[in-house]
Design a binder for this molecule. Structure first.
Ligand code: SAH
Length: 328
């Protein structure tokens, strides 16, 4: 829902000020449409249905995995594909993964989105609507900006969304922005007033290898990104999550684990090893035993390192997979 359009439309219709909050409260609470908003005059509900689309997005496909993961393929008014995912865990965690761009201008070699043509930055309302579509399916309590795109390249819109997410049940403490290491965005986040978590997709502490798998490493070196993350830590005193995708025979040796341990401090960085979700790329995921050896090496160096649970494997839940298939 375009909340600017809602606000100006209510003004034009001469509605009292409290209407905006009334409508937002219903929407953030998971209402399916204006027709459910029983404390609005019927004529106003009809008028809004005509003039302010309930969502800026249209749902094309919904896939539900055997583990309860739901993935939506949506498109914008100008036909740009977007994916968004809801992950449900036994302990009650309801975590959403939202997209900040349609496609992505960075070309990480393992990522399905990176292989798509870049579309554009999503508006704040297009990002918020992904969360609202999922809010209509279930209650929510966690959010990560780990869908399509680089959120730090669209940070003002991402932060605008973060300011609204608590109304959907997702506090800033339970919200994470994930980045390849886009330094100006990390610095903007550090200077902002939004207390969300920071995640760095690091993937290799060896500069040459990192450049090979993530060309953006040429633009912002490991040292530059590390310095920006350290500034974030100095200001916020919140641990930074490091994402490390495990590519078989590429970045998963114990030597690579040691390089990673040498780069980071265990009290500032928490490492999350990500089993690779195979796409059409040249990579295979690491063997389970190798992931464990890598993790053990990090623990030996004093790090808190976890391996991410695999979710939604049966529904193409890896970043960009559904949209790439829909475009093919
Ligand atoms: N551009 C941001 C956010 C989007 S990607 C970033 O890079 O952090 C979110 C995470 O998903 C990143 O850590 C990325 O490396 C990871 N990812 C991408 N493709 C994947 C795949 N096929 N399997 C597992 N993780 C993947």
């Amino acid at each position: 829902m375009d909340l600017n359009l809602l606000r100006s439309t209510l003004e034009e219709l001469g509605q009292p000020k409290f209407r905006f909050e009334q409508i937002w409260k219903w929407t953030a609470g998971g209402a399916a449409g204006y027709h459910e908003m029983s404390n609005l005059p019927a004529a106003l509900r009809d008028e809004l249905t005509e003039r302010v689309p309930f969502s800026t997005l249209t749902e094309d496909r919904r896939a539900t995995a055997s583990d309860g993961t739901v993935k939506l393929l949506l498109h914008t008014h100008d036909g740009r594909p977007i994916e968004t995912v809801l992950m449900r865990y036994k302990d009650g965690r309801r975590s959403i993964c939202v997209s900040s761009q349609s496609g992505c201008p960075l070309t990480c070699t393992f990522c399905a989105t990176g292989a798509m043509k870049f579309g554009r930055n999503l508006t704040a309302w297009e990002i918020l609507d992904q969360a609202l579509h999922l809010r209509r399916i279930d209650e929510l309590n966690h959010c990560v900006f780990m869908g399509m795109g680089e959120p730090m390249m669209n940070l003002p819109n991402v932060l605008e969304v973060c300011r609204r997410l608590p109304d959907l049940g997702i506090t800033n403490r339970r919200t994470g922005i994930s980045t390849v290491g886009w330094v100006p965005g990390i610095d903007q986040l550090t200077e902002s007033d939004v207390p969300v978590r920071l995640a760095w997709s690091l993937h290799s502490a060896d500069p040459q290898l990192r450049t090979d798998i993530m060309p953006v490493n040429e633009r912002y070196s490991l040292a530059d990104v590390k310095a920006a993350c350290d500034r974030f830590y100095e200001k916020r005193r919140k641990m930074i999550f490091v994402e490390y995708i495990m590519l078989g025979g590429v970045n998963d040796s114990v030597e690579q684990a040691q390089l990673l341990a040498d780069l980071l401090e265990p009290w500032k960085y928490k490492i999350n090893l990500i089993p690779y979700n195979p796409t059409d790329s040249v990579y295979d995921g690491s063997e389970r035993e190798q992931i464990e050896r890598f993790r053990q090496k990090l623990e030996d160096n004093g790090f808190n390192a976890t391996t991410r649970l695999i979710r939604g494997r049966d529904i193409d839940a890896a970043c960009g997979q559904l949209a790439a298939k829909a475009a093919a």
